[in-house]
Design a protein around this ligand. Structure first.
Ligand code: ZN
Length: 254
């Protein structure tokens, strides 16, 4: 591979792990560290990965970090409302101008994902100890590469339909649960020049991100979004630069 390594920023809210002993026992250094090391294991030298968390200045997502990120992954739950709107605008602008985004689990209700989807992103939900079967419904898709036609996550919270998202461009995984519910668990979207993959497994009280199949899905998702990412000279890196650009354009044609 002659292209430079894919630059990935793994964002973790990192609140549950510091407040809940059961979660800390599974993820002592935070879920983001396990997600990042899974990506390193799977993608090796094709990848330059860093992590960022909510409590860092600007949530660790400065202009400079985002401009040097090809794919951002997002796990949040408890503190969605603590995410600064300014940073949400900045991330949205970067997605629109070609950064890839992988949204995980309860990230479905983040300000970021709801903004990009334009819908409530609500779903049927039961905190439970379900067995989830993840079926691949798009075997030729790059995100399905190397995965079996179905795999089992032994313990999971239930996420079910109706999931209020726009129709995905591509559906890659569909899950079923012990309770009989089904859920579109792996969905692809395009917003502006950016590619977005949503993958639902990953409840904080179960060791889902240690599971090899899940790590493979995340690595494939990151690679898929990264291969489609605009990796240099993104036209807009902030909401403000987007507005400036449009203003300059309209002056130019006047
Ligand atoms: Zn959960």
């Amino acid at each position: 591979m002659t292209e430079s390594p894919l630059r990935v920023t793994v964002w973790g809210e990192y609140v549950h792990e510091r407040q809940n002993e059961a979660v800390a026992a599974i993820y002592p250094d935070g879920m983001h560290e396990v997600i990042a090391s899974g990506l390193r294991d799977q993608l090796g030298q094709d990848l330059a990965v860093r992590t960022a968390t909510l409590d860092q200045p600007e949530h660790g997502l400065t202009e400079d970090v985002l401009q040097n990120t090809d794919v951002l992954t997002w796990w949040g739950h408890k503190a969605h409302q603590r995410v600064d709107d300014r940073i949400v605008n900045r991330v949205v602008a970067n997605v629109h101008s070609g950064m890839g985004l992988v949204v995980l689990h309860s990230g479905h209700e983040s300000k970021l994902f709801m903004r990009l989807m334009g819908t409530t992103c609500s779903l049927r939900w039961r905190e439970s100890d379900d067995r989830e079967i993840v079926y691949c419904v798009n075997p030729g898709h790059p995100i399905a590469r190397g995965l079996p036609e179905a795999f089992v996550i032994p313990r999971q919270e239930m996420y079910g339909e109706f999931f209020d998202i726009p129709q995905p461009d591509e559906l890659v995984f569909l899950s079923s649960f012990t309770g009989g519910e089904v859920f579109r668990s792996g969905c692809c979207f395009t917003r502006g020049a950016g590619s977005i993959f949503y993958f639902s497994p990953g409840h904080e009280t179960y060791p889902v991100y240690y599971q090899k199949e899940v790590q493979q899905v995340l690595a494939n998702g990151v690679r898929w979004a990264g291969n489609r990412a605009v990796r240099r000279n993104r036209p807009f890196t902030s909401f403000e630069s987007q507005i400036d650009w449009f203003e300059n354009q309209s002056e130019a044609v006047r």
